[in-house]
Structures are given as C-alpha cells and as structure tokens.
Design a protein around this ligand. Sequence first.
Ligand SMILES: O=C(O)c1ccccc1NCC(=O)[C@H](O)[C@H](O)COP(=O)(O)O
Length: 264
Amino acid sequence: MNTETGELAPAVRSILAAAAERPGGTGRADVDARSLPDAFAAAEADGRVPVIAEVKPTSPTTDGERLDDPVELAGRMVEGGAAALSVLTEPEHFGGSVGTLERVRDAVDVPVLRKDFLLSEGHLDAVEADLVLLIARFLGEDLPDLVEAARERGFQPLVEVHDADELEAAIDAGARIVGVNNRDLAKLEVDLSTFERVAPAIPGDVTLVAESGITTAADARRMREAGADGLLVGSAIMDAEGASDGDVRANTRRFTRAETEVEP
Ligand SMILES: O=C(O)c1ccccc1NCC(=O)[C@H](O)[C@H](O)COP(=O)(O)O
C-alpha cells in the first residue's frame, strides 16, 4: 500500500483502513476471464455505447440504499445493453460482498469487474472476476507487482488513475486497460473535465474507460468525444436516491443508446 496517498476525504481514509484489515482469499485464484476489449468491440458493432454498468447498493456519497436482489439488477442492466458489469464487493461503505459478485458472474455472460479497494496480492484471491480494479494512488510502488499478480491469476487489471503522474505510473506498470476517475478522492467531488485533461496522453492501443459522475446521455457523449472507449456508470443507473422510477434497464439504455437515440 502507498503510505503517501496525500490528502484524502475522511470516508476514503475509513475505506482504506477497513481494507487494510480485510483478510485475503484462502487459495490462489485461477480465472478464465471474459475479455473486456472484445465486449466493447461487440457493443460498438451493435451500435451501442460500451457501458460498464455498476451494481452499487450505496456509497459514501449516496443518500439511500438499493436493497433489490443484485442478480436481478444485473440481469436488467444486461437487458439494457451493458457491455460489462461492475460489482462493488466492499462491504462496510458500499453494501457489497464477494458472494454477490459470484452470484452475478454466474448469472450473466458479460465480463464482470470486481470493484473494491485491493491493497495486497492476497486480496486478489478473495473471489474470481474477469477484471479487478487496481487504484494507482493507493498502490504506489506496489502497482507493477499487483498488475503482474493479477495477470498471473488470469484477471484483466483495470488500473484507475486521476492525473498525469498516476497515468505514467499505470503505463509503466504495463496497464492495458486504464480508467480515468472523474471523482477526486481528496474531496469526493466529480469533475468530468478530469477525463478530458488526462485522456489525450493515453496511448491509442490502451482500452480507455471514463469513470464516475456520468449522469446524463450528454455526459456520455462528452466522454466519448474526449476519447473514452467505454464508460463506467454506477449511481445514475442504480438511482438509490430515487431521481427516476428506479428502472435500471431503462437507466442503462439511456447510456448505451446515447449516440443513437439523442434526446432533444
Ligand atoms: O462513489 C462514491 O461515493 C465513492 C466514494 C469514495 C471512493 C470511491 C467511490 N466510488 C467508487 C467508484 O469508483 C464509483 O462507484 C464508480 O466510478 C461509478 O461512479 P458513479 O457513476 O459516479 O456512481
């Protein structure tokens, strides 16, 4: 773990403290992963915006919680055209679990990302998934070892960055899938211009994901115009705060059809 993470929001410090206490898996994971780049290409060929829809029951920035069956929610997201899914497995702050991820992955045939705050090789072994999130800011000098350890187990690492220095570290660590997080973990504010600032420096052969704060179809188009191969959308699809009628299929479709069914 990187001990020089700089200023962090109290909720993020609490998330990291809980993660540091969490035990790893008992055996070594061995995954036959479904390819995210292939899933993105299939969505594009079908005229859909490649979207990773996130099963996120709650979060430190969400006022409310969705208690519906995550497997049912996941199925509705796939019906809405999601190319892949992300499942929060962090229990204390996001209402997730590794058991939920297992059930979701068994029920769908799209790639599934394990969204968590993984700090050690042992954490990788807690559950199998097609992709694991590795956050450059938290892993620091351990990032290359974690990228390699994830690949050795068959996972596709999705390395999350927030600025140019973290991007350089991700590329140096051999990342082939990079997510630019629009959420600043120091303040928990989202700013879509983060992606626009960082994306131009990302090599063209890297799969590039815009993460966080994508709320409308116009936001989705904005991220795509800035170079996103795919979008990671959680809160706006889950709608735990009840801004829409909570129909995750319709909410997912708003993003997957953002380039073909342009709202006035
Ligand atoms: O979502 C939060 O409140 C949060 C707080 C502290 C650390 C991480 C947090 N989110 C994790 C994520 O990466 C998001 O769930 C994901 O990018 C989707 O974001 P959104 O579409 O804005 O829900």
